[in-house]
Design a protein around this ligand. Structure first.
Ligand code: FES
Length: 308
């Protein structure tokens, strides 16, 4: 896709707009919470949430924060990508979908975690559904969309520096009715607070998305990995991820974030029980034992058979 516009949104956050190189092409439909892979010309692949998902949109808009402590993806985008450049963009994937039938929805965002949350807010609003939103940033200058959002009484904006404390997620959850669905996207400490605050709510009403990979998992003992399609057997060493073992054995598989947050490496389980360490699959999905994010998984059984 071609980059056709870069707009300032807040300190360190820009909006990047892409259109298909062949403008007669239709984009794949997407839903709120979806993200795409950006395959950058320097070889790095990064995932960003769509600000404008839809069934028939002509462009995609991504809100991207320059992450000085990151591994170079956002710095490359800010420093090297320019309007008119062409970048490969993957089809949208969604592991953070909205329950379209919820009686009431509470949306919670921290920092650049606003990008999927604002798409959800727009979707709910356009359909006249009941929602409330809490959005926290360190300061006003770092808060994209602050002016637009401030005019809506259903939106509560929170500035950590001004108030001297973090958003009180316990209080937000305590005030919500029993049938409320909760969504949270933000930094690790916010997600941890959200998980604790919603621990007593039905699991199917609680939805969250990490936007950064968590630290490398501590994996258990080695095991034998069988690849059902090719018939190969590979030894996965103690503490090694399935993806690392596959890479070492020269097996070509799809992956992107390597941190269990993007879903690119999701692989069907045929037999055995994986040791999951991703931030995507729910407890119910893990119990169903149908797929595994191989970039951060090991195995709880001595043999694991995957659809590879
Ligand atoms: S590569 Fe992103 S979840 Fe595995």
């Amino acid at each position: 896709m071609r980059l056709v516009g870069i707009r300032y949104a807040a300190v360190g956050i820009h909006l990047f707009e892409f259109v298909p190189v062949d403008e007669s092409l239709h984009l794949a439909p997407s839903t709120p919470g979806a993200h795409v892979d950006l395959h950058l010309p320097n070889g790095i692949v990064r995932q960003y949430s769509l600000l404008n998902p839809g069934a028939s949109q002509r462009t995609i808009v991504l809100g991207i924060k320059r992450d000085e402590a990151g591994h170079g993806g956002s710095k490359y985008i800010f420093d090297s990508l320019k309007v008119s450049d062409v970048v490969k963009v993957g089809a949208p994937r969604n592991h953070f979908g909205l329950d379209m039938a919820a009686a009431h929805t509470v949306l919670i965002a921290g920092g650049i975690g606003i990008t999927p949350i604002i798409a959800m807010k727009d979707w709910l609003d356009a359909r006249g559904m009941s929602w409330g939103m809490h959005y926290a940033c360190r300061s006003q200058s770092e808060m994209p969309f602050a002016e637009t959002l401030a005019g809506d009484s259903r939106v509560h904006l929170h500035l950590d520096k001004e108030t001297g404390h973090f958003l009180n997620i316990d209080a937000i959850v305590a005030l919500a009715s029993a049938d409320t669905h909760f969504y949270c996207c933000g930094p690790g400490p916010m997600i941890d607070a959200f998980k604790a605050a919603t621990a007593s709510r039905p699991r199917e009403n609680v939805h969250m998305e990490y936007f950064t990979a968590r630290s490398a998992p501590k994996l258990g003992p080695g095991f034998t990995l069988e690849l059902a399609r090719s018939g190969r057997s590979i030894h996965v060493a103690d503490g090694q991820t399935i993806l690392d073992a596959l890479n070492e054995a020269g097996v070509d598989v799809r992956y992107s974030c390597r941190g269990g947050v993007c879903g690119a490496c999701e692989t069907r389980v045929i037999d055995g029980i994986p040791e999951h360490h991703d931030s995507i699959l729910t407890d119910e999905e893990r119990a169903a034992n149908e797929t595994v994010m191989i970039c951060c998984a090991g195995s709880r059984s001595q043999h694991l058979v995957l659809d590879l």
